[in-house]
Design a protein around this ligand. Structure first.
Ligand SMILES: Nc1ncnc2c1ncn2[C@@H]1O[C@H](COP(=O)(O)OP(=O)(O)OP(=O)(O)O)[C@@H](O)[C@H]1O
Length: 580
């Protein structure tokens, strides 16, 4: 609850004017609401019962005016409340989005993409709903409740004693009903998360589902989480459905009691008929106020769960700490060095990298090879700080990457990952992602180097051909080549290619390497590859084995010095081919 209050307090500060306007509108509206039963009593007592039609008309006119004021203020209050809540929702979404943007892969992995999406949509929506409710009901409830109580006691103190019985009964009944809803609300949000997660996974993995004809299995998996959500939703719905009739029952019984006792008092001459009716209306208003306050309790547990979930995101700092005085200028930006680097994934027992040291200079191509799972991808990811090394240092241009300005690091180092991600748009917008100012000519040159020119030229719209989200309308090899062209356009000093040629046929791979060597002649290139042909001509080859550097050297040196390297090579070519 405290997180909710903190979020609302901070979030509503910019809208203090609107909040004040809502308070004033509500106050006028409630005053009018409280005045109406008194006017009604007056019309009955001194108009209807006295046979004075003129009085009825006069008071009726005033009642009409008061009602108009009440309706206008109520409508305006709802309008301003909705606007303020929407604005608050927009701000919250922007804050959460901005925070998630600072997260490293580690934090995104901790929350999970599905949960982050639910938090920034559904959870914010719940808070918005609560804010509207607070502004329209909760703000009004205490004023209306106390006001109606004072009016009722003023009208007839003895009859007001009934409230001593009715109010606790209603409060306890509602408290029990709403109290039981709290845990259900919390689990409802978790189940919404689970549905999002399964849907996301199934849509992303649709090709695998089709390939293995696992539609039924996936449907069953979805049905299970969907049913879980329905179960909790129904249980919550049942509690809510139970709440309203219970409240109505208590209100109706209270009305009957007022009429019963009040009727006797009217009979005995201790009370006027109009006063009894007004009293009944005040009683209804008091009970309504209690109900309204309770309604807030109904939504507040769910909203406070949502606020806690949003608070978790907003209070999470990126594990990639920013340096106090970031280095922006590098003397020799292409100089890459890893010094005794060790890395352990969060939660993992064993380190993935241990004591890895290597250097690469401008103009050099360093290849990293090793069996699958030996830590090659992890190693590359440490350079652009997708993760930070647990031990040792990664230096670019002689500066620890942790000391560098983020933008400067991004302008120096580019990574083409194993499965590159392309944003939706066109070929041109995809390529310009790293350098928006690139001309069409430059785009074609980069495509030429990446061996992607032919296929882009063959597309009906060329550079304007559409690219679907994730590049799903392109083949794996096309995606890889576009990603290579994209990074080349950014004109960097250090290029890291993580198995980026794996989806290319051997001939295209060879052409691409030749073109790349020309284009990146003055840059530092680190290539991770499974295919020996891709790496054998590298200036230096580093062999990783279970996270350690087993050996490093040229192809011919390693053929003698590294059993792991020899094994990899001979699994792909004959001894004669390897010796060439
Ligand atoms: N996000 C992660 N969380 C926990 N462990 C991970 C994570 N990513 C990779 N690992 C583990 O780290 C080890 C090294 O993975 P990495 O992807 O660096 O290997 P690789 O040499 O690139 O393999 P491949 O050649 O198959 O791509 C593996 O054992 C893997 O299970």
């Amino acid at each position: 609850m405290s997180v909710l209050l903190r979020l609302l307090g901070a979030g509503l500060r910019p809208y203090a004017g609107s909040v004040a306007a809502i308070a004033v509108l509500q106050l006028v509206q409630i005053t009018a609401t409280l005045y109406l039963p008194t006017l009604n009593a007056d019309a009955i007592n001194y108009g209807v019962l006295a046979g004075d039609t003129g009085h009825v008309l006069r008071v009726g006119g005033v009642m009409l005016g008061v009602t108009l004021v009440q309706m206008t203020c109520a409508a305006a209050a709802v309008y301003v409340s909705a606007r303020t809540a929407m604005a608050l929702g927009r701000d919250l979404r922007a804050q959460v989005f901005a925070r998630v943007q600072t997260f490293s892969v580690r934090e995104v992995g901790r929350f999970g993409a599905a949960s982050l999406i639910t938090r920034n949509t559904n959870d914010v929506q719940q808070i918005q709903t609560l804010v509207v409710l607070v502004f329209t009901l909760v703000v009004a409830a205490p004023v209306m409740g106390v006001g109606a109580l004072v009016m009722a006691v003023r009208l007839d103190a003895p009859l007001s004693l009934l409230l001593v019985v009715v109010l606790p009964v209603l409060t306890v009944a509602m408290g029990v009903i709403f109290g039981r809803q709290m845990p259900l609300s919390a689990s409802l949000q978790q189940r919404v998360d689970r549905v999002t997660k399964v849907v996301r996974e199934q849509i992303t993995g649709i090709r695998v589902v089709r390939a293995f004809v696992r539609d039924r299995h996936e449907q069953a998996r979805f049905a299970e989480v969907n049913r879980d959500l329905l179960d909790v939703g129904l249980r919550l719905g049942r509690m809510q459905a139970f709440g309203m009739p219970t409240a109505m029952l208590i209100m109706e019984f209270s009305g009957i009691a007022v009429l019963w006792f009040g009727g006797h008092r009217v009979d005995g001459g201790g009370m006027q008929a109009g006063t009894l009716i007004a009293f009944l209306q005040y009683l209804t208003q008091i009970l309504q106020a209690v109900m309204m306050a309770m309604m807030a309790f109904l939504l507040s547990p769910r909203a406070s769960v949502c606020a806690r979930r949003l608070g978790e995101v907003l209070d999470t700092s990126s594990s990639l700490t920013l340096p106090a005085s970031p280095v922006t200028e590098l003397h020799e930006p292409g100089h890459l060095e890893l010094r005794g680097v060790g890395f352990r994934y969060p939660g993992a027992e064993e380190p993935v990298l241990r004591g890895v040291s290597l250097t690469a200079r401008p103009g050099q191509t360093v290849a990293v090879v090793g069996s699958t799972g030996s830590g090659k991808t992890t190693l590359l990811q440490l350079v652009p700080r997708l993760f930070d090394a647990s031990e040792g240092q990664v230096l670019v241009g002689g500066t620890d990457v942790r000391e560098m300005d983020r933008t400067a690091l991004a302008a120096t180092v580019g990574l083409v990952s194993q499965k590159p991600y392309l944003f939706s748009g066109t070929i041109a917008s995809t390529l310009r992602y790293g350098r928006p100012s690139a001309t069409d000519d430059e785009l074609w040159q980069a495509l030429q180097t990446a061996q992607a020119r032919d296929f882009v030229e063959a597309l009906p719209d060329g550079l304007d051909a559409p690219v679907a989200q994730g590049g799903s309308n392109l083949s794996g090899g096309q995606r890889q080549r576009l990603a290579i062209a994209r990074v080349l356009l950014a004109r960097l000093d250090v290029y890291l290619f993580d198995d980026s040629f794996s989806a290319l046929d051997a001939a295209t791979d060879a052409r691409l390497r030749a073109a790349l060597a020309e284009r990146t002649a003055r840059a530092t290139v680190v290539v991770v590859a499974q295919r020996v042909a891709t790496v054998r001509h590298a200036d230096r080859i580093v062999v990783l084995d279970e996270g350690r550097v087993e050996a490093s050297g040229t192809h011919s040196e390693l053929m003698h010095a590294s059993p792991t390297y020899r094994e990899i090579v001979l699994s792909q070519m004959t001894t004669e081919e390897a010796a060439v």
